[in-house]
Write a protein that binds this ligand. Sequence first.
Ligand code: CP
Length: 309
Amino acid sequence: MNQLNKSHLLGIKELSEEEIQLIFETTDNFKDVLNRPIKKVPSLRDVTIANIFFENSTRTRLSFELAEKRLSADVINFSSSSSSVKKGETLLDTVNNILAMKVDMVVMRHSSPGASHFLAKHIKANIINAGDGTHEHPTQALLDTYSIRERLGSVAGKKVVIVGDILHSRVALSNIFALQKLGAEVMVCGPATLLPKHIEKLGVKVELDLRKALNWCDVANILRIQLERQKMSYFPSLREYALYYGVNMELLNSLDKEITILHPGPINRGIEITSQVADSKYAMILDQVENGVAIRMAVLYLLASSPAA
Ligand code: CP
């Protein structure tokens, strides 16, 4: 396989294992490019990309913008907080106005699950989902699993636990799909109130005890508490959450083995992870961010060869 045969990246659910492996092989090539003195290639010259963000972002927005610029695309950026959305313009009108400026690809983050699927049905441009509410965040899962492959040699056969606020997390769902497609065993761990009902139907193990979960796994992907998406109180206090579900160095040192720690960011130091762990040799947090640029270059490059019909 040497192309994706897809015009959009809306979720990991729609990707096959072969397609994920193709993205990884293409990422390997772009990582080589990013380590050269001249980091820019002409692959997307004359392609115009709009990054439209209806929700806050640091890593994803900057990483996409840098990936696009490294590929020599023309880039425009849109942030809803400083746009005419504030005057009542709809999502479709906003995007159609952007497309009237002859845009080829749209990278969108939106708080509504399914927003990128809606766009893909209604407009003629390649759509990349940069996070849609509590649904999916496909490039995050690609960069997470790529980082596991980089450190541990492969994803197949590895045991990965996703810890924390699974209920409100798009990163968790995309990671579950990606890890399973690549042959990993997946567990979720957190307070019962932050685990979706019937999550085991996705084929994941469920563990409420953090120590047991960490003793089982090779890799722990730690999520933050997504207070901005919570409509009620799911646990007594952040202090109590940190006591039972915070990953600290004493806990890691008491395990039978060394494990690898991932975190998609932004991290809340002292809540789900201590500074000592976040800044330790076990953590891949900044490697994940570095890999994110190459992953996004690969996704943009592969989708650009299948223009939207
Ligand atoms: N991991 C992630 O999506 O971070 P941002 O919200 O900063 O983009």
